[in-house]
Design a protein around this ligand. Structure first.
Ligand code: KG4
Ligand code: ZN
Length: 361
């Protein structure tokens, strides 16, 4: 690398409108600014992300968020070397909002434009935060995604397995809803679980007897619903302690499944990966983190968890993926389409199902 590279990143594939400026200099990468404007409040009343509302909000807010990011970074468009934008997978209206803005800016300024796969953004984040070398194993666990990826290069990903139905974050959110806890469900279920007895209710650990590292979380939610209804039938309602115990049992089941399947994924890689890295909102869960840490320690693989603001949706990861692509000699282009579905690994079979936060890739 003989010169610094400063990219503007734009992300609008789900319910966060985000822009960031990332610079790669002689001493390594630096996030000059990363702005994320959440739409949670706009969708709250609907119990999930409404694609039309999301698309409109992105279209209305993107310019402002980009301006804020440039101002916070202290750079003007003249000092930007290129623009990276999420071109999929995600809610197509939102993706299009970002792509149109990026295309317009790039054309007007004569800047190179780099279309980025949102999942590649997540998957390359450990290189931005920790400079990890290829190949490493990535567990992406959020409200919309759940998959194991072997990251072999900037543009080389092997999908080892993933959920065949719900994503774990979705299961946490549904559990919270069933138990009358606030959204997002992950943090509220975790807080209840901390004071509960995980052994009182035993929930299923699906697909344990199936080879590989595919997972299923939809049955867990049904089991929880049955346990709750049984308590209601028995005593007319659930107590505070019942709720804590249900949360603890649920969380233990998710953590167990993720732990066991992570161990399988490490075995599937063959040669030892340089690290096990996590991304996605669910990676914030302390019980899950601790299980993953134990599993990687046992396998002798370093465990990496980027800071939460870079684990959840953001545009710094998109700018960084753009820098990685340019540095690897992959050409920027204006000639691409926005894609609702875009698997990182084209050889892996398409997954069924679509999470509350959009299409699963
Ligand atoms: O990555 P993210 O911010 O957005 C996408 O899904 O793309 O992840 C949000 C998900 C939500 O489903 C939320 O309930 C879950 O991550 N989550 C958690 C925790 N914090 C957030 N799940 C379990 N434990 C947590 N502490
Ligand atoms: Zn994401």
């Amino acid at each position: 690398m003989d010169r610094t590279l400063t990219l503007l990143g734009i992300e609008s594939s789900c319910d966060d409108t985000a822009a960031a400026v990332v610079r790669l200099g002689k001493t390594g990468p630096e996030i000059l600014a990363s702005q994320v404007l959440s739409q949670t409040a706009l969708h709250e009343a609907f119990g999930g992300v409404v694609p039309e509302i999301a698309a409109r909000a992105h279209a209305e807010r993107l310019d402002g968020v980009v301006e804020d990011a440039l101002a916070a970074a202290g750079v003007s468009l003249d000092q930007i070397d290129g623009i990276a934008v999420t071109a999929g997978p995600g809610l197509i209206g939102g993706v299009l909002s970002g792509v149109m803005l990026a295309r317009g800016l790039a054309a007007a300024r004569g800047l190179p434009l780099v279309p980025v796969n949102h999942l590649a953004g997540h998957a390359l984040t450990p290189r931005l935060t920790d400079g990890v070398e290829f190949p490493y194993l990535m567990l992406l666990v959020s409200g919309g995604h759940c998959q194991f990826l072997l990251v072999q290069g900037v543009d080389r990903f092997v999908r080892l397995g993933g959920t065949i139905d719900d994503a774990p974050g979705e299961a946490f959110d549904k559990t919270a809803k069933l138990l009358g806890l606030p959204q997002p469900g992950g943090p509220s279920v975790e807080a209840e679980a901390a004071r509960g007895d995980a052994k009182r209710f035993t929930f299923p650990r699906p697909l344990m007897d199936r080879e590989g590292c595919d997972m299923s979380f939809s049955g867990l939610k049904t089991a929880l619903l049955r346990a709750r209804d049984a308590l209601v039938a028995e005593k007319g309602g659930i107590t505070v302690q019942d709720r804590r115990d249900l949360c603890a049992g649920f969380q233990a089941a998710v953590a167990d499944v993720l732990g066991m399947k992570t161990s399988r994924a490490i075995d599937m890689v063959g040669a030892r990966p340089t690290a096990l890295a996590v991304a996605g909102g669910v990676a914030a869960n302390k019980a899950i983190r601790s299980v993953l840490e134990t599993v990687s320690a046992k396998a002798g693989v370093p465990f990496l968890a980027p800071p939460l603001r870079l684990c959840t949706d953001n545009a710094a990861m998109i700018a960084w993926a753009g820098i990685e692509r340019l540095r690897a000699g992959l050409s920027p282009t204006m000639d691409f389409v926005a894609r609702p579905r875009w698997p990182l690994d084209d050889r892996s079979p398409a997954l069924l199902g679509s999470g509350k936060k959009g299409a699963k890739a």
